[in-house]
Ligand binder design. Structure first.
Ligand code: MN
Length: 484
């Protein structure tokens, strides 16, 4: 449990900024490449020089529509860009062009599956298009100067705002993961939180259980990983309960998570919408989206995580849990389908990926993309089990070798002579030998007198003599026949 004090509950809402994968900016032809030399990708429009006129990027609009369709949201027939006025050194325009009362994407929803198998639906209030601001780079060296890089100014963002429907950190984590999967599947954002292409703000408040009225919220800004989101919420919520319990007030504030100290720190008192003096941007006409445009995009919608999950369950008989794990991000889903292409048996492939490979990756703290075993190799290993070249047990030792050497499973099996013995004429003499031994004769007697469990001793002996290579099912069958 996240909260120490069980009389309280946490209420949370999320605002997630997803950076759209357009080639150019939201209102100009400047490029959006990541990591370019500072201030080489900003032009007069991005800086709102006098007389410049913004031109709306059609692809960004199409991406917003795509997202709206993915969360079953209404796409606004008319939406309006507004100016959000504020001063900041990295915002030479003096305002951010955003959407206020008429966002492009309206109310939608997302179904979550939690680790305990339960489900929850989160309502999404809106998703609006807006431009990013520049970036202040603080150089705290001997000169202690701040540089401003305007490459990011005008980069298109989709801000996805949820209703305050979250009650636990598990729900928040599941939502962020699912949202990341969706934007990756529909290919509108790379979802990379560490590079800032998906940024997460969490509004946190607490209240006594059973109370209707929402507590005062504080907003945790820009947390850059799911791990840190969970830590930040846990700290923040307990801090708020402590405040209230000790008779102090929680003020509406924006706070920053300090991952090193493990605390949230107040950054500024939180503004309300009216502080920004929003007004419709006079330079940009209202955006009209036709039904034809929506239908056109709907036609080309790729498979979504939820659909892929259902397909894996229906076509391959995977459990809801396995299917959920495999589709929870696009990289894993693609990897699994590649394993399946050579591995044939869907359930066996799922097991080897989820249980065996993920365990190794977790232990070595590796991303799937850095896996020492490729999808094709894992598939080949599974196919060797399926066609009975090796037993499941031998496969584990082959797998260990693969992790170490990155060699193909076939090469390892050949080099080490691990091919399963499925030839009865090879197995029978070994079985005869075991039965003919002194202990074998005694145990055969016991078996015939009804001690069925003694069969395991015989199987063990045969396996030992064949270094585990005899096909266990065949050994069992022949043994029963011979011991009759
Ligand atoms: Mn925003």
């Amino acid at each position: 449990m996240t909260l120490m004090n069980k009389d309280y509950e946490i209420v949370m809402g999320l605002e997630i900024h997803a950076q759209l994968k357009t080639k150019t900016k939201l209102f100009s032809t400047s490029l959006t490449n990541f990591g370019a030399e500072p201030n080489t990708q900003a032009n007069a429009v991005d800086l709102a020089m006098p007389g410049m006129l913004p031109v709306l990027n059609k692809q960004a609009v199409n991406f917003a529509i795509k997202f709206g369709l993915a969360i079953d949201a209404e796409i606004a027939e008319k939406s309006v860009f507004s100016r959000k006025n504020y001063f900041y050194p990295d915002l030479p325009k003096g305002y951010q062009t955003s959407q206020f009362d008429l966002p492009t994407v309206g109310v939608g929803k997302m179904d979550l599956m939690l680790e305990d198998g339960s489900t929850k639906t989160i309502r999404i209030e809106r998703a609006h298009l807006e431009e990013d601001a520049g970036k202040s780079v603080h150089d705290l060296g001997s000169n202690a100067v701040t540089h401003v890089d305007l490459n990011r100014a005008g980069v298109p963002l989709l801000e996805i705002v949820s209703f305050p429907d979250f009650r636990t950190v598990e729900e928040v984590a599941a939502y962020v993961k699912k949202l990341r999967a969706i934007v990756q599947y529909i290919d509108i954002c790379d979802g990379d939180m560490s590079q800032g292409s998906m940024r997460c703000d969490v509004n946190v408040s607490v209240r006594k259980k059973g109370e209707e009225k929402l507590g005062t919220r504080r907003e945790i800004k820009n947390v850059n990983s799911i791990k840190n989101i969970i830590k930040a919420i846990t700290y923040e919520a307990n801090w708020q309960v402590d405040q209230i319990e000790s008779g102090k007030k929680v003020n509406q504030e924006t706070v920053l998570w300090d991952p090193d100290a493990g605390v949230t720190r107040s950054m500024r008192s939180k503004e309300d919408a009216h502080d920004y003096r929003y007004f419709p941007c006079p330079d940009i006409l209202p955006l009209h989206i036709s039904q034809e445009q929506i239908d056109e995009i709907r036609k080309d919608m790729p498979e979504l995580p939820e659909q892929k999950k259902n397909r894996l369950m229906n076509d391959y008989g995977l459990s809801a849990y396995d299917a959920d794990v495999l589709t929870s991000d696009k990289e894993t889903a693609d990897f699994y389908e590649e394993v399946l292409a050579t591995g044939i048996d869907a359930k066996l492939c799922a097991n080897w990926l989820i249980v065996e490979l993920f365990a190794v990756l977790n232990k070595q703290e590796l991303e799937l993309s850095a896996s020492p075993v490729s999808a094709k190799q894992l598939g080949e290993l599974v196919s060797l089990i399926v066609d009975k070249t090796i037993s499941g047990k031998i496969a584990k030792t082959v797998f260990e070798d693969m992790i170490e050497t990155s060699k193909d499973p076939k090469v390892i099996v050949e080099e080490k002579g691990l091919v399963q013995i499925t030839d009865t004429s090879a197995i029978e003499p070994i079985i005869d030998e075991v039965i003919a031994s002194d202990l074998g004769q005694a145990n055969a007697e016991k078996f015939r007198n009804g001690a069925d469990r003694i069969l395991g001793w015989f199987v063990g002996q045969v396996m030992q003599k064949t270094q585990g290579k005899a096909n266990p099912a065949m050994v069992n069958e022949i043994l029963r026949e011979k011991l009759k």
